[in-house]
Design a protein around this ligand. Structure first.
Ligand code: PEP
Ligand code: MG
Length: 581
């Protein structure tokens, strides 16, 4: 058995897959350099235009056949590709090159594609850098028609149980592969923020991204084991290893099935403390999964997805319609709508027409800072959230607060909007709770003051860890330093929980840490009583809650915190977890 490749594992619901390798042979279509005579230029430009049109028709056909259940972020990728086909850079640029250099359409397209890829390669933002894959994909679509290549569509193969190996996957590939029983994806490119990672998460399939040279080392048809938890692909396993992973896979499947029995069971610890388990959602479609696990509410609705892959921000009515649909789908459970958290890793310029960030985007005009600077962007959302509160229990949550003055400004804006709605005779909940995310160290240190001014607090560990430890959360070079167990992080979390308790205000956690089974006992012992996580993690969290004794955990966590500076936090946590379960 060989450890064939390692990358970044994405295993939301399942983490182990065993199956045959199936190469998706695509990659970049290369063109040969060819020159033409002046007399051929007109025909060549016409040929290029036809290829662009044919590529557009192909993409439209894929979009028109997208199953209704497909997450909207996947169809949004296709729309992005269609827009790229209309963009002068790709659709017109090669025409100039054909005319100026008297070269073939294929060569002109390749030159243009190379130049665009280089522009993306030089971008500082790792998320935007991944956009070069879109350019290559769209150029390939045109190149395919120019070179009259007839690639077999992915959907034409029997992919049941296969592990797909590719340099990268496009949304179109993924849509064609949906519902075909694919066991896992392994791609050479892409980081945790790449499209493939987003797609794998939304499809609930184990995946490994950034496994360099995977397509060279792994043979078509050979048996592979994907362990997304460890981020490794094992090739040609021996019988003993296979047996071991088959058992793990069966145990994983049995465990997932057994969790279903907990759906209707109360979320109460073994010693009788009620724990609120809520869901994080990003798209209206996520409400199905939320209902499936009987979440007590939505603790974080990330609304920025409403702004992505489009050229102008949604207006008030569009916001309202989306929120109303979500609220009605939740059948009365409360929803926490987070106001726009655009900027940094969440793309913003195209939709909101703001200048690109200069440097350090995570420290720049992001989230509430952007909203307060651009009230015309913020106001329609605030009005819509308030109006949506007439349809069911809604809470407003403000991201990235760093000082009380900022909070005062937001609150007075909310009061202003309430006044407007009242004058216009529009219904809303006048007592709508306003909470804040505690995700900047300054806010965590001043949590007592924030707790006095807010109705609830929610700890955003994804950013709190990034900002406290000075680690870019999407940079794989420093990912090894991203440590939820760093003593400073644990102290800040504890401080926020205690501040909320002292002020009599609920504190929840909606960062990834809240849904990680490893940390739940620790957080319970610190006094956290509200958790919000991806719906797929919720039943496992309930299982842990139901077997926990918070009295005991409180004592053990006191001991852990007293030893955290001197001893290895990972060891301490594992002692805590084994002593209490
Ligand atoms: C967080 O920072 O922990 C959080 C939940 O927000 P996001 O991941 O959307 O920044
Ligand atoms: Mg955050």
């Amino acid at each position: 058995m060989t450890l064939a490749c390692a990358g970044i594992g994405i295993g939301v619901i399942r983490s182990i897959a065993i199956g045959e390798a199936w190469h998706l042979r695509r990659g970049r279509i290369e063109a040969r350099r060819r020159f033409i005579s002046a007399a051929e230029v007109e025909d060549e430009t016409a040929r290029f235009r036809q290829a662009v049109e044919a590529a557009r028709q192909d993409l439209k056909a894929v979009r028109d056949h997208i199953p209704k259940s497909t997450p909207t972020d996947i169809s949004a990728f296709i729309d992005t590709h269609l827009l790229m086909l209309e963009d002068a850079a790709l659709a017109e640029g090669p025409l100039e090159t054909i005319r100026e250099q008297h070269c073939s359409a294929e060569w002109a397209l390749q030159l243009r594609c190379n130049a665009l890829v280089q522009v993306f390669d030089e971008m500082e933002d790792p998320y935007l850098r991944t956009r070069k894959d879109d350019v290559t994909h769209v150029a390939n679509q045109i190149q395919k028609h120019l070179q009259a290549r007839q690639d077999k569509p992915a959907g034409a193969e029997d992919l049941n149980g296969k592990i797909i190996l590719a340099q990268d996957l496009t949304p179109a590939d993924t849509i064609l592969m949906r519902n075909q029983g694919i066991a896992a994806f392994v791609t050479e490119f892409g980081g945790p923020m790449s499209h493939t990672a987003i797609l794998a998460r939304s499809l609930g399939i184990p995946a490994i991204v950034g496994a360099h040279h995977a397509t060279q080392y792994l043979q078509q048809g050979e048996l592979l084991i994907v362990d997304a938890r460890r981020g490794v692909v094992l090739a040609d396993p021996d019988e003993r290893m296979l047996e071991h992973f088959r058992k793990q896979l069966a145990a994983e499947q049995a465990h997932t099935a057994s969790l279903q029995a907990l759906v209707d069971r109360p979320s109460v610890t073994a010693d009788g403390t009620a724990i609120t388990l809520m869901a994080n959602i990003e798209l209206p479609e996520d409400i199905k999964a939320t209902a499936g696990v009987d979440a007590a509410g939505v603790g974080l609705y990330r609304t920025e997805f409403l702004y992505m892959n489009r050229d102008s921000p949604p207006n008030e009515e569009e916001h309202l319609e989306t929120y109303r649909r979500v609220i009605e789908g939740l059948n009365g459970i409360p929803i926490t709508i987070r106001t726009l958290d655009l900027g940094a890793d969440k793309e913003v310029e195209r939709c909101c027409h703001t200048p690109p960030p200069a440097s350090n985007p995570a420290l720049g005009l992001r989230a509430i800072r952007l909203c307060l600077k651009e009230p015309e962007l913020f106001r329609p959302q605030l009005r819509a959230i308030l109006r949506a509160s007439a349809f069911g229990p809604v809470r407003i949550m403000i991201p990235m607060l760093s000082n009380i003055q900022e909070l005062r400004t937001v609150k007075s804006l909310i009061e202003e909007v309430k006044g407007e709605l009242k004058r216009e005779g529009l219904a809303f909940d006048s007592a709508i709770p306003v909470g804040g995310m505690i995700e900047v160290p300054a806010a965590a240190l001043a949590a007592d003051s924030f707790a006095r001014h807010l109705d609830f607090l929610s700890i955003g560990t994804n950013d709190l860890i990034q900002y406290t430890l000075a680690i870019d959360r999407i940079d794989d070079e420093v990912n090894y330093l991203y440590d939820p167990l760093h003593p400073s992080i644990l102290r800040l979390i504890q401080q926020v929980i205690q501040a909320g308790r002292a002020a009599g205000k609920p504190v929840s956690m909606c960062g990834e840490m809240a849904g990680n089974p490893l940390y739940i006992p620790l957080l319970l012992g610190m006094g956290l009583r509200e958790f919000s996580m991806r719906p797929g993690s919720l039943l496992e969290a309930k299982r842990i809650v139901r077997s926990s004794d918070v009295g005991r955990l409180t004592e053990c966590v006191k001991d852990l915190m007293a030893r955290i500076d001197e001893e290895d936090p990972v060891q301490l946590l594992s002692q805590l977890n084994s002593a209490t379960h």
